[in-house]
Design a binder for this molecule. Structure first.
Ligand code: F6P
Length: 354
C-alpha cells in the first residue's frame, strides 16, 4: 500500500461517451473505499499550468453524471506539456513546461494522477511518469484502436449511433433508388465502419485496412440491380486509403463526398452522402460503456493504492487488468482483413471494394 491522501484526475484528447462515468466511479471509490481527496484538473494536463483552476471533486459534484456524454472536466487534444505552444514577442514558440506541470501538481497536494485518454494522452502520461509523476492511465477512444485493451469505452456508443444512422438511411435509400454513402469516424482504423456496416445491413464497407477501387464498388452496385435491388448503402471509414485517381483530384471536403461524387460519375446513379461526424462522440453512453467505464475508474484507483504507477488499466478476456503504459502506446489495433469479422461480412455478400 502507498501513502496516498490526494489524487488528481484529468481527461485528455477527443471526448468519448463514458468519460463522466469513469470520473464518477474514481471519485466514489477514492473517497468511499480509501478516504482520499480528489482534485479535478480541467482541460487535460493544461489544467496544471494554471493550478488555481483545479478544484476538489466531491460526491455531490459527480452525482447525476453517469448518463452524461462529454466530460465535466473539459478536454483538449492540443495540450502537451512537453511541446507547449505559446506566442512570445509575436512569434509562436514551443517549450517544455513539464517541470512546471509536475511542480504545480505537488503544490496542489496531489500524490498521484489518473490520466484518462487515448494514445496521445497516454504517451504524455508515460513521459510525465518518467519525470517522476505518480500516474496511472485509463484508455479511451471511440475508435477502439488501442492494442493493449480488447475494447475502449465510447466505442459501443459510437457504434450504436452509427448503426442507428445506417438503419435510418435504409428506408430513404430504398424509396429513392439511390446510392447512399455514410461516412463514419475511426481515424486510421475501420472498426466503427466495419461493425456499423454489418450491424446496419450496409452493402458496401470501405475501411483503411482494405484497398478499394471505385470501379469495383460501381460494378457491385450494377450487379445488385440485376437482382432487383435498386439501392445501395456504402459505409465509408474516414481514414480509407484513396485510390490514386481520387488522390490526384483531392479537393477540400470529406472523404465521403469525394467517394460519393466519384460513384455518381462512374455509375450514373443518384448518390447522396451523409457525414456523421461528431454526433458519434456525443450522447449518453450505452449500458456497456457505462459499465466498462465504471470498472476502469475503480480499477485505476485500486492501481494507485497498489502503487502500480506507469501502468494503464485494460480489458482482457473480460477481466480488468493493468499493462505498462510504455507497452500500450504506439501500437494501433486495426481490422485484420483476413479476420473472422471481415470473412463473415464477405460470406453474406458485403463488398469491400477490392
Ligand atoms: O479519435 C477520436 C476521433 O473522433 C476520430 O474518430 C476523429 O478522426 C477525430 O477524433 C476527430 O477529432 P477532432 O474532434 O479534433 O475533430
Amino acid at each position: 500500500m502507498t501513502d496516498i491522501r490526494c489524487i488528481g484526475i484529468c481527461t485528455g484528447g477527443g471526448d468519448a461517451p463514458g468519460l463522466n462515468a469513469v470520473i464518477r466511479a474514481a471519485v466514489k471509490c477514492a473517497f468511499l473505499k480509501y478516504n482520499w481527496k480528489i482534485i479535478g484538473i480541467p482541460d487535460g494536463f493544461d489544467g496544471l499550468i494554471w493550478p488555481e483552476k483545479s478544484y476538489e471533486l466531491t460526491l455531490k459534484q459527480v452525482s447525476g453524471i453517469l448518463p452524461r456524454g462529454g466530460t465535466i472536466l473539459g478536454t483538449t487534444n492540443r495540450g502537451n506539456p512537453f511541446q507547449y505552444r505559446t506566442v512570445e514577442n509575436g512569434e509562436e514558440v514551443t517549450r517544455d513546461i513539464s517541470d512546471t506541470v509536475i511542480a504545480n501538481s505537488r503544490k496542489l497536494g496531489i500524490d498521484a494522477v489518473i490520466s484518462i485518454g487515448g494514445d496521445g494522452s497516454q504517451a504524455i502520461a508515460h513521459e510525465l511518469y518518467q519525470r517522476g509523476m505518480q500516474i496511472v492511465g485509463v484508455p479511451k477512444t471511440i475508435d477502439n484502436d488501442l492494442s493493449a485493451t480488447e475494447v475502449t469505452f465510447g466505442f459501443d456508443t459510437a457504434l450504436t449511433t452509427a448503426t442507428d444512422a445506417v438503419d435510418k438511411i435504409h428506408t430513404t435509400a430504398e424509396s429513392h433508388h439511390r446510392v447512399m454513402v455514410v461516412e463514419v469516424m475511426g481515424r486510421d482504423a475501420g472498426w466503427i465502419a466495419l461493425e456499423s456496416g454489418i450491424a446496419g445491413g450496409a452493402h458496401v464497407i470501405l475501411i483503411p485496412e482494405i484497398t478499394f477501387t471505385i470501379e469495383s464498388v460501381c460494378r457491385f452496385v450494377k450487379k445488385r440491380e440485376t437482382y432487383g435491388k435498386r439501392f445501395t448503402i456504402v459505409v465509408v471509414a474516414e481514414g480509407v486509403k484513396l485510390p490514386q485517381e481520387l488522390k490526384e483530384n483531392r479537393r477540400a471536403g470529406s472523404i465521403g463526398n469525394l467517394i460519393g461524387n466519384s460513384i455518381a460519375v462512374t455509375s450514373d446513379k443518384e448518390v447522396r452522402v451523409s457525414v456523421l461526424g461528431h454526433i458519434q462522440r456525443g450522447g449518453s453512453p450505452t449500458p456497456f460503456d457505462r459499465i466498462l467505464a465504471t470498472r476502469f475508474g475503480v480499477a485505476a484507483v485500486d492501481l494507485i493504492a497498489q502503487g502500480g504507477f506507469g501502468k494503464m488499466v485494460c480489458l482482457r478476456k473480460e477481466r480488468i487488468e493493468a499493462v505498462e503504459i510504455a507497452q500500450a502506446i504506439g501500437q494501433l489495433k486495426r481490422v485484420d482483413p483476413n479476420g473472422q469479422l471481415v470473412q463473415t461480412a464477405k460470406a453474406i455478400g458485403i463488398c469491400f471494394g477490392e
